[in-house]
Design a protein around this ligand. Structure first.
Ligand SMILES: C[S@@+](CC[C@H](N)C(=O)[O-])C[C@H]1O[C@@H](n2cnc3c(N)ncnc32)[C@H](O)[C@@H]1O
Length: 521
């Protein structure tokens, strides 16, 4: 890994190279560190990445060579990890929440809560335990509420005392203090974190108020979600340098057990391109994503998807016009973000408040969808209000395409109508995913897997009626879908269900399908 400082000028045509952003050339040469100096990098090919700066993204990572979809860009171990902001009491070893019926133990050394003996020596807790014991630091307590998120901030601050190199890496990250100072969040952090650390834990001789707010900001702006069973958050300083794009060109895999994040190319990425992840939930509509980005990451996204009212033809935000009942109403795009939405057909203007309250009501209704019949009914009801691909029905379709053949009836026993429905849903969902989360992403991998499984049953049922060349063609297409699904799911950490699915599909379905095709004349 190169340790030399590099000086990097941002290419004037960054956006042409990627189609993902609108970086302009930076007039001055800017001295930026080698990316590997930023993080706890475990795997990285020397010289593959560079850190650059743009007037839009600020600092960002870019690739120096062409990379292929699925290629590992780097893997990195967390710098700090811990409970989410406003978290209730959790185990300090594995971050599981305590339910009413779970037994709660205390760490035998520092007395913080754990859920089982091993958690007292977990990678997340063992280093802090001695400090907590020496300084007699007890879990935060306040009548009514208790913010365990303060623990994560303390874990960050402790780097200052025990690991100056890591502290420097942490302090290198953006906290947006200037913006956050004027928000209600600052006062909440003051009460839930600063006062707890300085007054309750008496650590005022080690950390200043400003440092505590800065670590809060760094976590708010840069952290990644961790954990499969339990959600917690972690800082990965190199990954934190990736820019945001609502159509990301990278994908990441994490394993909460060892706190390692792997970042891979989701699509083929040409040399010189910014590496981008989507900080928001990709399958939400533009106004929801942009609201989240403004409120928590403090910028206005100007990506291609945000600037296109129809979100690259997916129509994920389309609402049926209640005046003409023919066209769909859309936000006119990022530039005009947009208190007014307009019907594409009759051009009537609809106020943003109407759209917001519509989404709020229907979001509540989604929570009442529990099984296949209620999902189907919900999708039917949505037709009078939303575009068929609108994020609200789309989320239900996404779950439904996986539920057929798993819930109540096994795939091979599905009725012909239900099997057709599963096939149609998988294809419909994939069309949207292909546009919005293209390439090697786990969500696409899972839907491809569902599609090939349904196709195999479908072809088996039809085979007596199909001409041999048509049968062969259908099976070849299914084989391609299966291979894509395996290639994607196999990238997941070995402890995950997705990895297991890929391995068993490789051993069984792939072998059987290949043999079936080879036996056809
Ligand atoms: C996780 S940090 C990324 C690294 C950051 N650029 C830096 O210099 O430290 C997130 C911040 O980067 C900036 N950023 C990232 N992507 C952006 C984008 N597409 N448009 C505008 N700002 C962006 C915003 O300031 C955001 O709060």
């Amino acid at each position: 890994m190169g340790k030399k400082k590099r000086s990097k000028k941002v290419a004037a045509d960054d956006d042409e190279l990627t189609g993902t952003g609108t970086c302009e050339a930076s007039a001055d040469e800017v001295s930026l560190p080698d990316p590997t100096e930023l993080g706890n990098v475990l795997q990285y090919e020397n010289g593959l990445l560079a850190c650059a700066i743009s007037p839009i993204y600020g600092r960002y990572l870019s690739t120096q060579r062409n990379v292929k979809k699925g290629d590992l860009l780097f893997s990195e171990k967390y710098l700090i990890a811990g409970p989410q902001r406003s978290s209730d009491v959790v185990c300090v070893g594995c971050h599981s929440e305590f339910q009413e019926d779970t037994t709660r133990f205390n760490c035998p050394h520092c007395q913080w809560p754990i859920c089982r003996d091993e958690c007292a020596v977990s990678i997340y807790h063992k280093d802090e335990c001695k400090f907590f014991t020496e300084k007699k630091i007890k879990p935060p307590t306040r009548q009514g509420t208790c913010d365990f998120g303060a623990l994560t901030i303390l874990r960050g601050l402790m780097l200052k005392l025990r690991d100056p190199v890591s502290w420097k890496k942490l302090m290198h990250l953006e906290a947006h203090n200037d913006i956050r100072k004027n928000l209600p969040l600052w006062r909440e952090n003051m009460i839930n974190v600063v006062i707890v650390i300085l007054d309750q834990w008496h650590l005022f001789e080690y950390f200043s108020e400003e440092e505590i707010h800065t670590v809060c900001g760094i976590l708010e702006v840069n952290s990644f979600e961790l954990g499969e069973k339990y959600s917690f958050r972690g800082i990965f300083p190199m990954a934190a340098m990736m820019a945001h794009d609502c159509i990301p060109n990278t994908t990441h895999f994490q394993n909460g057990l060892d706190g390692i994040l792997e970042v891979r190319a989701a699509i083929d990425i040409p040399a010189g391109s910014p590496l981008a992840i989507c900080y928001a939930f990709s399958l939400e509509g533009t106004s929801q994503r942009r609201k989240m980005l403004q409120e928590t990451k403090f910028f206005e996204c100007s990506c291609v998807r945000c600037c296109d009212a129809k979100e690259l033809g997916t129509c994920l935000s389309g609402v049926l016009c209640q005046t003409c009942k023919k066209g769909y109403v859309y936000n006119t795009g990022a530039a005009d973000l947009a208190n007014v939405w307009i019907c594409e057909k009759c051009k009537i203007k609809v106020p943003l408040q109407y759209i917001d309250s519509l989404l709020e009501n229907w979001q509540e209704a989604v929570d009442r969808v529990v099984d296949i019949p209620s999902s189907e009914k919900f999708i039917e009801n949505c037709k009078t209000v939303f575009h068929p691909n609108h994020a609200i029905p789309f989320g239900v379709k996404f779950n439904l395409c996986q539920a057929y053949g798993r819930e109540s009836t096994e795939l091979q026993n599905l009725s012909p109508a239900d099997l057709d429905r599963k096939l149609a849903l998988c294809r419909e969902v994939l069309d949207v995913l292909d546009a919005l989360t293209p390439g090697y992403t786990i969500t696409r991998g899972m839907v491809l897997y569902e599609l090939q499984a349904a196709e195999i049953i479908h072809v088996r049922r039809l085979q007596a009626t199909l001409k041999p060349h048509i049968l062969r063609r259908k099976l070849q297409l299914t084989l391609k879908t299966l291979k894509d699904a395996i290639a994607i799911l196999e990238m997941s950490p070995t402890s995950t269900i997705e990895y297991e699915i890929a391995q068993s599909a490789k051993k069984e379905t792939l072998v059987d399908l290949t043999k079936w095709i080879s036996l056809l004349k």
